[in-house]
Design a protein. Structure first.
Length: 83
């Protein structure tokens, strides 16, 4: 059973609270994530994340973990498929 893009968006955005996170879904089945840490000013934007690859809790957790690490390290994010 696939997670709807709306539910996926809510899960990802909630995972980054209290930071500001905004996910946008496009018609090609991809999402973009924009995260801003108001305390440090660090920001991160990554796009082209395939919704189809985020069909398990583990995949979502891996994405969130990778993005958290990248924003702490101020490195550009790249989404690598773990499928």
């Amino acid at each position: 059973m696939a997670i709807s893009p709306l539910e996926l968006r809510h899960i990802i955005e909630s995972a980054f609270l209290p930071m500001q996170c905004r996910c946008t879904c496009n018609t090609t089945g991809e999402i973009a994530v924009e995260i801003v840490d108001p305390e440090t000013g660090n920001n991160l934007t990554v796009g082209g994340i395939a919704v189809a690859e985020l069909n398990t809790a583990r995949a979502i957790c891996e994405l969130v973990g990778e993005l958290r690490m990248r924003i702490r390290e101020r490195k550009p994010a790249t989404w690598i498929s773990h499928a």
